[in-house]
Design a protein around this ligand. Structure first.
Ligand code: AMP
Ligand code: ZN
Length: 113
């Protein structure tokens, strides 16, 4: 998607602080961290959000969830961490490229809504 911020980050057109990359997945530090560790994990192939996941493309989501604990270990998140994906307007999704936030490094607030 030529107009997508995270596609541009994946392509190197916009700089980011990369923490992990493989053939399917890119992970980088959030520009406005909401916790001491705040990393975004995204599929390289553009999907709009969780709402676009189907039986045909869900293997990349499984892969992302294999990568997340590896990143968490690398980051030393031994006390736990939160994985969040905002989907759509009511959830406050601001970038319409599927992404999973990894948040950790301190006790996190528990409010869900
Ligand atoms: P969401 O609100 O769930 O769509 O999350 C989008 C996230 O992308 C926010 O936490 C932003 O701080 C983050 N973000 C926006 N632009 C950039 C950027 N250029 N580099 C890194 N993170 C970004
Ligand atoms: Zn994209």
């Amino acid at each position: 998607m030529s107009d997508c911020l995270f596609c541009k980050i994946i392509g190197g057109e916009i700089p980011s602080t990369k923490v992990y990359e493989d053939e399917l997945v890119f992970a980088f530090r959030d520009i406005a961290p909401m916790a001491p560790t705040h990393i975004l994990v995204v599929p390289k192939a553009h999907l709009d959000s969780v709402d676009a996941v189907t039986a045909e493309n869900s293997s990349v989501v499984a892969h992302i969830f294999e990568v997340i604990p590896r990143i968490a270990r690398e980051e030393g998140l031994v006390n736990g961490y939160r994985v969040v994906s905002n989907c759509g307007a009511d959830a406050g999704q601001t970038v319409k490229h599927l992404h999973f936030h990894i948040l950790g490094g301190k006790p996190l607030a528990v409010e869900m809504a």
